[in-house]
Design a protein around this ligand. Structure first.
Ligand code: BG6
Length: 494
């Protein structure tokens, strides 16, 4: 479909996201032969930069070993074009520049394929969309527009953004990135659920007691205090990343693996979730400990009395036949004791009194680090004893799959954009449904209406109230002594 040629414009090329994620992903796709032969990448931003400064900036985070030769080749297919974000003249000049490049590369006007990657601050998002549509849109050929969060702050601002974007581009042209949808284990969720008869049969309120989706990061907002304070942990990772995971865990079986079939089911299940109640929320903010500064001591933070949560545990209720009464607990925190993302599905107690008190089964999908799927299950203690002990059926990727290479989420998503596959991108009605679940709660937090923020120490497990909170929703930690023996067989990650 691309006829072997594409021009990729990275808007916000001087920013952090472009440098750390977009360019390294484009490079890896180039290096492994996934970019069309005739690809050219143009960086666009307001900063003045020489060609050398640009090349240095965009290659600084490329970590592929033994790829020096390809890095030199990659440098030859990219250049920088400086311009403003709210000025037609700048965009016309960008268009002229693209046209010259396309002509030089022998691309027919009718066969232009342009991809606009908007790695931009929210304040310039709308003017850029209009500027692109008016001046740089490939009227003949194809256009792809990749957008990055934040997609607004609440339902109203997100709607405004969606309307502005829809004035410029069709839904088919737009790819809203939620990079969690590009992660290996998240992409695996549908396969685990729908390609295994034993899971598909027990995936409901009759067998499942609770679902927990957990995100833990061992570092605070350091250096990003400005951004973070405005958004907070709920907007930063829960409303998007964790809710996306929830929708894949909870949705009904799509009628096919087509993008729209999947997205239809995701929207449907999100619409079954009423707004989260404040009484179903535990919020926290980290304080100094272990020689690490508290959130309020972050130099980049403007409001030194900020009440922005850096930790939240929120419970969603999916009100449909499959899930009524099953709590979906979304937990996320910065400056915790661990770096870990996992989905934990706890099953109900086995009925009857044969093995009363046996620990509950749990299915755990470890998203990162060290991807794994394991089931905590009960087994007779080997030997002369008849004790029931808890052990696991364990699919640890690094020990099971030899020469394992898990692609970065961005590599996978950018390839999807090239292939026009929308399965792993957020549709506009999906975004709307997602904001509805969080907006009332966020407004209460922003307005400080009866909201309590618990302190927790930097490097701890979160607020002291956490264990009691999850217990309230039925989570049974009776097998606390059991710990999954993490397998670190594979190459250690950077
Ligand atoms: C981003 C958030 O979307 O996701 C960050 O803005 C967070 O605050 C990051 O650190 C986590 O992504 P990953 O891929 O490192 O788990």
């Amino acid at each position: 479909e691309l006829n072997g040629a594409i021009t990729i414009v990275v808007l916000g090329a001087s920013g952090d996201l472009a440098k750390k994620k977009t360019y390294p992903a484009l490079f890896r796709l180039f290096h492994y032969g996934f970019l069309p032969e005739n690809t050219f990448i143009v960086g666009y931003a307001r900063s003045k930069m020489t060609h050398e400064e640009y090349l240095d900036r965009i290659t600084r985070f490329i970590k592929v070993k033994g790829a020096e030769e390809d890095i030199e080749k990659f440098k030859k297919i990219t250049s920088y074009h400086q311009g403003q974000y709210d000025d037609d003249k700048s965009f016309q000049s960008l268009n002229d520049y693209l046209k010259t490049l396309e002509k030089e590369r022998g691309i027919d006007v009718g066969k232009r394929n342009r991809m606009f990657y908007m790695a931009l601050p929210p304040s310039v998002f709308i003017p850029v969309a209009h500027g692109l549509k008016k001046n740089v849109y490939a009227k003949e050929g194809s256009t792809r527009v990749v957008v990055e969060k934040p997609f607004g702050m609440d339902s109203a601002s997100s709607k405004h953004l969606a309307q502005s974007l829809a004035q410029c581009f069709s839904e088919e042209e737009v790819y809203r990135i939620d990079h969690y949808l590009g992660k290996e284990m998240v992409k695996n969720l549908m396969v685990v659920r729908f390609a295994n008869i034993f899971f598909s049969q027990i995936w409901d309120r009759k067998y499942i007691d609770s679902v927990q989706i957990t995100f833990k990061e061992p570092f605070g907002s350091e250096g990003r205090g400005g951004y973070f304070d405005e958004f907070g942990i709920i907007r930063d990772v829960i409303q998007n990343h964790l809710l996306q995971v929830l929708s894949l865990v909870a949705m009904e079986r799509p009628i096919s693996t087509e993008a729209e079939a999947i997205r239809d089911e995701k929207v449907k299940v999100l619409k079954c979730i009423p707004p989260i109640e404040l009484s179903d929320a535990l919020l926290g903010q980290y304080v100094a400990a272990n020689g690490k500064p508290g959130y309020l001591e972050d130099e980049t933070l403007k409001d030194k009395n900020s009440l922005t949560p850096t930790f939240a545990a929120l419970v969603c209720w999916v009100q449909n036949e499959r899930w009524e009464g099953v709590p979906f607990i979304l937990k996320a925190g910065k400056a915790l004791n661990d770096a870990k993302v996992e989905i934990r599905i706890q099953f109900r107690n086995v009925a009857g009194n044969l093995y009363k008190g046996a620990a509950r089964n749990e299915l755990v999908l470890r998203v990162q680090p060290e991807e794994a799927v394991y089931i905590k299950f009960n087994n007779k203690e080997p030997g002369l004893s008849y004790h029931t002990i808890q052990t696991d059926l364990d699919l640890s990727y690094h020990s099971r799959y030899k020469d394992l290479e898990i692609p970065d989420a961005y590599d996978s998503l950018l390839l999807d954009v090239m292939r026009r596959d929308h399965s792993n991108f957020v549709r506009s009605d999906e975004l709307e449904a997602a904001w509805k679940i969080f907006t009332p709660l966020l407004h209460k937090i922003d307005g400080r209406e009866g909201v309590k923020i618990e302190n927790y120490a930097y490097g701890s497990r979160g607020p002291a109230q956490l264990d009691g909170f999850v217990k309230r929703y039925g989570y049974d930690k009776s097998e606390a002594h059991y710990a999954w023996p993490i397998q670190k067989v594979g190459p250690s990650k950077e």
